[in-house]
Design a protein around this ligand. Structure first.
Ligand SMILES: *Cc1c(COP(=O)(O)O)cnc(C)c1O
Length: 358
């Protein structure tokens, strides 16, 4: 049980909006919970976080984040456990990534104390927003952006750190059709691909829209130099079962260090007969895997979906089909394992669960 004594001021909403939520049909990101956490950075230091009703903020159109892109976010989840406790999943790992992203964008970092007490206070305040249906959770969106109001190109001296939450249901999208991108790039080695900064996503919209018009759901990004090696998918890391081994691209400055990726790799290592490989993956190797039938699974890994099955990969204009992943597939098994661990149905041997009072 977390023992942070939070001194965060809470201004409660006058009338909750929770009755407007259709908990049986939770579209991702549609309903934002009653409250948000806000804290400002100025004169080289953070002020005191406070919790206020979710709503508009007054800012000028000259704030630097809108012009020069100093904006970084995170995405994590809280679960209602079987015993009624609330579990925030791997907040320390999310903080370390958040701080790496912030460093890359010349933005001030967040202390562990502020991060944990802010999350805890906000989740406690809006705990009735955490859905408890199978596979449901409260999605948590921490966000920081530059708020200094002036037009010169410079590193901002002022920032806002905000945390929003929204209830989300089980992931139900149909298996993905992916297009291997061989023209556009999301990022390059040495760029900002490893950071969860806003510009990476805006820049990916255009090539993704082209892929959608061609009948695909998402792009499978490849390296920027030769388009020969696989990086990741849209907002997920990508994994394959190839020759009976779990294979995923090794991390680089062009790949987001996914918490789900890390959790799945850790859990996969518990299966003694199963080899886990983090390495460069050539497109040719994946194509050969299809031709020889040695590629048996492909899926995306990310907080929103946990595991998102892939049905088709289009390589150089040719569609390759992947068999539907059944209940004994690696992806289904590991998804179940992760679910059980987070709901408190299996021992939390890696100390991934951060328990907030229920
Ligand atoms: C957030 C994200 C992921 C997945 O990371 P998780 O921590 O597992 O949610 C993968 N790739 C990109 C580009 C992302 O933005």
């Amino acid at each position: 049980m977390a023992t942070l004594t939070s001194t965060i001021a809470v201004e409660r909403i006058k009338k909750s909006r929770i009755d407007e939520v259709d908990f049986n049909n939770l579209e991702f990101g549609k309903y934002i919970s009653d409250h948000m956490l806000v804290v400002d950075y100025d004169n080289g230091q953070w002020g005191n976080p406070s919790i206020v009703p979710f709503g508009e903020m007054r800012m000028t159109p000259a704030i630097l984040s809108l012009h020069y892109g100093q904006a970084v976010f995170e995405g994590m989840k809280a679960f209602k456990m079987k015993n009624g406790d609330i579990n925030i999943f791997r907040p320390h790992k999310h903080l370390s990534r958040f701080n790496k992203s912030l460093d890359r964008m010349c933005m001030p970092t967040i202390s562990e104390e502020m991060w944990l007490s802010s999350l805890q206070a906000l989740i406690e305040t809006d705990q009735q927003w955490i859905p408890d249906g199978e596979g449901s959770s409260l999605y948590i969106r921490p966000l920081m952006f530059a708020t200094e109001s002036r037009l010169g190109v410079k590193v901002s001296d002022q920032y806002k750190f905000v945390i929003l939450t929204c209830p989300v249901g089980p992931y139900q999208a149909k298996p993905y059709r992916l297009k291997v991108e061989d023209h556009y790039v999301r990022t390059a080695e040495g760029g900002t691909g490893f950071a969860k900064c806003a510009g990476n996503y805006g820049g990916a919209f255009y090539p993704t829209q082209i892929a959608r018009q061609e009948g695909f759901d998402q792009i499978l990004w490849t390296d920027h130099k030769e388009h020969r090696y696989i990086d990741e998918v849209g907002m997920m890391n990508v994994m394959f079962v190839l020759n009976g081994n779990l294979v995923t691209p090794q991390l680089s400055t062009a790949i987001l260090d996914g918490v789900t990726r890390d959790s799945i790799l850790t859990l996969a290592k518990e299966i003694p007969t199963f080899k886990v490989e983090e390495r460069r993956i050539a497109l040719d190797e994946i194509e050969q895997g299809f031709i020889k039938g040695t590629l048996t699974e492909a899926f995306g890994a990310g907080t929103a979906a946990v595991v998102a099955p892939i049905a088709v990969i289009n390589i150089r204009g040719k569609d390759y089909q992947i068999p539907v992943a059944g209940p004994t597939s690696f992806q289904q098994q590991v998804k179940k394992k992760l679910h059980n661990l987070r709901m408190g149905l299996e021992p939390d041997q890696y100390r991934w669960n951060f328990i907030v009072k229920g």
